[in-house]
Design a protein around this ligand. Sequence first.
Ligand code: L34
Length: 294
Amino acid sequence: MAQILNGLTLSRQIKAEIKEQVALLAAEGKKKPHLAAVLVGENGASKAYVNSKVKDCAEVGFGSSLIKYPETVSEEELLKTIAALNADPDVDGFIVQLPLPRHIDQEKIIMAIDPAKDVDGFHPENFGKMALEMETLLPATPFGIMTLLERNNIETQGKNCVVIGRSRIVGRPMSILMSRKGYPGNATVTLTHSYTKDIEEYTQKADIVITALGDPLFLKGDMIKEGAVIIDVGITRVDDHSEKGYHLAGDVDFKSCEEKASWITPVPGGVGPMTRAMLMKNTLLAYEMKSRND
Ligand code: L34
């Protein structure tokens, strides 16, 4: 039976650590770190995630602002907002919640963000630094997974790590981080995706499987090896007849995998809360990097 990799508990601990650091800043008479979030449209999941990020800010003692636009906002308007956030000395970091409506060029938006305030770690400058093992802001979800592995002392060196999904916010950066030098890292990484043939050939040999594809219950117990570490990044809202009208489903068939795995993340309560904790951490890091340069 697997041990649970509890992201909710660890995220609370990390937020408490951040809160202490913010209290120290306040005691020194310094301004508090400030995170801004830009939310476009009415996507229920996006609204929920951004609202909880704003709540996290209050919890750790950060200032925050939430800038909301309707689905119909123009790219030009959004670029103007980003320019203003880049220029605002009170804003230490900001995010533009994804996905964006189709009439907006996501790449243009990300490119417009000042890399020093890019607390999502999505700008190519930060992505490049990550790949080159330079100090930078790491994308929050992969950073959260690295922290979960680290704080639970899970061995990664020399292990076979299979990442499923090559998105620019999770799968691709995750594959790079696990192959970097140091701990957690030094793994032999295989990045699999929709064109991979016979994916179970890879997952059955993996010591660590990280699923980020958004396909509920994709990974079954017979696809993994005894003792594997299973990290489930998938979080899909599946419609049902409950009061909420949906339930959350990961990419992992928890029941069949939990019997074989050594460690497994739950959904909810696994990677999701860690993503949010790491956003707080990145905001503090952006704040500190700025004060070092002032
Ligand atoms: N720009 N866009 C930008 N940055 C991000 O880092 C994100 N992401 C993803 C979507 N778009 C983004 C998030 O924040 C996904 N994501 C995210 C954040 C938090 C949670 C899940 C995904 C989370 O808190 N999950 C909880 C359950 C939440 C619920 O009940 O719906 C969990 O326990 O998994």
